[in-house]
Design a protein around this ligand. Structure first.
Ligand code: IMP
Length: 429
C-alpha cells in the first residue's frame, strides 16, 4: 500500500498542481491535509482552464476519491463555488469527501486577516487575506467552528454566540469595524450546511479503511516547507503544517502509512508575500525569470519575487520532510539564461553557513555563496528523457541531486502534463 506525500520544498508555487495532476491517476485517494483557499492551482479540462483553490485536483478523475482532511480550513462559499463550476463543466463531484473535523472560515476571520495586516504596516506578512490565519488561530485557542458543528444547528448557534462575544469586541474596539449577530451569520451559513452535509465524513476512518484495503493514497501538500508554521521563516509563514508530517495529523493516519515523500522544487525560486529570501534577484535576471516563468500568483494575482535555486534550503527540506525523491520543475525557464547560479552556502558576518542558520536574524542577512554554470540556451521543452537534455542541463540536475542527497526522479520541462521527464519515478499503471 503506497502512501505518498507530495510536498513543496521552497516558498510555494513550485508546480505541485501539475505533478499531482500527472501522478494522480496512480492513486485511489488524493488528500489535502492542510491550508485552505490560500492555495491555488489551474487544471485543464476539455480545453478549459479551471482554477481550484480548495478541492484536490484528483476530482477530475472518476476513479479517485478526493478528500479534504481535518487539517484544512474551509471557506464554504469558495467550496460551493468550486463544486458549481466543476458540475457546470460536466465534472461529477459526488465522490468528494470532507472531514467532519476541518475548521470553517467565518466572515470575521476574513475581516480580521485584512485588519491585522493593515495594523502591521511595513511588517505585514503579506497574507492572501482569505481568513486562513485567524481561522487556525481560533482552532488553536479552541474557539473554532468545525464542519461537524455547522451541521448541528443548536451547537452551531451556541459556538457562534460564544465566538462572537470576543470577535465583536475586537472588531469594534480594536479595529473600529462592523460587528455580526448570530442571526446574520446563520442566515448564510445554515444553508451552506445543507449543501455540504452529503460530503462530510470522518477522514481518519475513511483513510484507515482504505489503507486496510491496500488502496493507494496521495497526500497533497499546499504552500511549502519554508511557509510551514514550525519549520518555515516564522512569522512570514502560513498557519498550518505544510511539511510531510502534517499529512498524518491533517488526515488522521499514522506515520507508518507513508512510504515515500516527493519534494517539488522549482529550478529557481519564487516567493510571494514578505520575509527573508537570500537568493532574491532585483535585476534583469530576476525579471527574465518572472517573465519567462509567468510568475504571477493564481490566488492573489500578485507578481512573485524571483531568485536563484538555493541548495541550502533544499537540503533543509530534505531533512524536515524526509524526502525520498525530488522533482525539479520549470527547468525550461532557465533556457533563456547565459549563465545559471546555484546557492551552495551562505555567508554572514564572515562566517560560512552550509545549513539554514539556527538564528533567523542571520538568515535575514545571509549573503548567498554561488557556484556558476554555463546555460544551455536551447529549447528543451520537447525532451522526454534525461539523455535528450543538453549536457549543461544534465550537469545542473546532477549538481542539484548531489547537493540535496536525494534522487531527482522527475524533471518538468514545460507546463503540459506530458512535458515531464520520468527519470526514476515508476508509475503504477
Ligand atoms: P496566508 O496563508 O494567507 O495566511 O499567508 C501567509 C503567507 O503564506 C504569505 O506570505 C502568503 O503569500 C503565503 N502563501 C499562502 N498560500 C500560498 C501559496 O499557495 N503559494 C505561495 N505562497 C502562499
Amino acid at each position: 500500500m503506497p502512501g505518498i506525500v507530495l510536498v513543496g520544498t521552497q516558498w510555494g508555487d513550485e508546480g505541485k498542481g501539475k505533478i499531482t495532476d500527472l501522478i494522480a491517476q496512480d492513486f485511489d485517494y488524493v488528500v489535502r491535509y492542510q491550508g485552505g483557499n490560500n492555495a491555488g492551482h489551474t487544471v485543464v479540462h476539455g480545453g478549459h482552464k479551471l482554477g481550484l483553490h480548495l478541492i484536490p485536483s484528483g476530482i477530475l478523475y472518476p476513479t479517485i476519491t478526493p478528500v479534504i482532511g481535518n487539517g484544512c480550513v474551509i471557506d464554504c462559499k469558495v467550496l460551493l463555488g468550486e463544486i458549481e463550476t466543476l458540475e457546470s463543466e460536466g465534472i461529477a463531484t459526488g465522490q468528494l469527501r470532507i472531514s467532519n473535523n476541518a475548521h470553517v472560515i467565518m466572515p470575521y476571520h476574513l475581516d480580521l486577516d485584512g485588519a491585522s495586516e493593515r495594523r502591521l504596516g511595513n511588517n505585514l506578512i503579506g497574507t492572501t487575506r482569505r481568513g486562513i490565519g485567524p481561522c487556525y488561530q481560533d482552532k488553536a485557542s479552541r474557539m473554532g467552528i468545525r464542519v461537524q458543528d455547522l451541521l448541528d444547528e443548536k451547537i452551531f448557534r451556541e459556538k457562534l454566540a460564544a465566538a462572537l462575544l470576543e470577535k465583536n469586541s475586537i472588531l469594534e474596539h480594536v479595529y473600529q469595524m462592523p460587528t455580526y449577530t448570530v442571526e446574520q451569520i446563520c442566515e448564510t451559513y445554515l444553508p451552506y450546511a445543507e449543501l455540504i452535509r452529503r460530503y462530510v465524513i470522518d477522514s481518519a476512518e475513511l483513510l484507515n479503511g482504505a489503507i486496510s484495503d491496500s488502496k493507494w493514497i496521495l497526500f497533497e501538500g499546499a504552500q511549502a516547507t519554508q511557509l510551514d508554521i514550525d519549520h518555515g521563516t516564522y512569522p512570514f509563514v502560513t498557519s498550518s503544517s505544510c511539511t510531510a508530517g502534517g499529512a498524518c495529523t491533517g488526515s488522521g493516519v499514522g506515520p507508518t502509512a507513508i512510504n515515500r515523500v516527493l519534494g517539488i522544487a522549482k529550478a529557481y525560486i519564487t516567493r510571494v508575500g514578505s520575509g527573508p529570501f537570500p537568493t532574491e534577484l532585483s535585476d534583469e535576471v530576476g525579471e527574465t525569470l518572472g517573465r519567462e516563468g509567468h510568475e504571477v500568483g493564481v490566488t492573489t494575482g500578485r507578481a512573485r519575487r524571483c531568485g536563484w535555486y538555493d541548495a541550502v534550503i533544499i537540503r533543509y527540506a530534505a531533512e524536515v520532510n524526509g524526502l525520498t525523491d525530488l522533482c525539479i520543475t520549470k527547468l525550461d525557464v532557465l533556457s533563456a539564461l547565459d549563465t545559471i547560479k546555484v546557492c551552495v552556502a551562505y555567508e554572514c558576518d564572515g562566517k560560512v553557513y552550509k545549513t539554514v542558520p539556527a538564528q533567523q536574524s542571520v538568515f535575514h542577512h545571509a549573503k548567498p555563496i554561488y557556484e556558476e554554470f554555463p546555460g544551455w540556451k536551447t529549447d528543451i521543452t520537447e525532451c522526454r528523457s534525461f539523455y535528450e537534455l543538453p549536457r549543461e542541463a544534465r550537469d545542473y540536475i546532477d549538481f542539484i541531486e548531489e547537493l540535496a542527497n536525494v534522487p531527482v526522479s522527475m524533471i518538468a520541462v514545460g507546463p503540459d502534463r506530458d512535458q515531464t521527464i520520468m527519470r526514476r519515478w515508476k508509475p503504477r499503471h
